[in-house]
Design a binder for this molecule. Structure first.
Ligand SMILES: [Zn+2]
Length: 67
C-alpha cells in the first residue's frame, strides 16, 4: 500500500500519452533546486490563473491535477 502523501498527490501517468515522466511545475522568483527523486520544472515567477501544476516531459503537455 502506498501511504506516501506526496506520491499520492502526484499523477502517476500523463493522461494524454501515458508517460510516467510527469514533472511538478514549480512557480516562484527563483527556479527550484533539483530535488532528489522528484521531477520538477520551473514555471516562472508568477502563478497564472488556472496554472497547470504538472507537465509531461514526454509530450510537453501541461495539466492541472486536482486531488
Ligand atoms: Zn504526455
Amino acid at each position: 500500500m502506498d501511504t506516501n502523501v506526496e506520491k499520492a498527490k502526484k499523477p502517476r501517468r500523463c493522461p494524454k500519452c501515458g508517460s510516467t515522466q510527469v514533472a511538478k511545475i514549480i512557480y516562484g522568483k527563483k527556479p527550484p533546486k533539483k530535488q532528489k527523486g522528484e521531477l520538477t520544472v520551473y514555471g516562472g515567477p508568477t502563478i497564472p490563473v488556472n496554472a497547470p501544476n504538472y507537465k509531461c516531459l514526454k509530450c510537453n503537455s501541461t495539466y492541472k491535477h486536482i486531488n
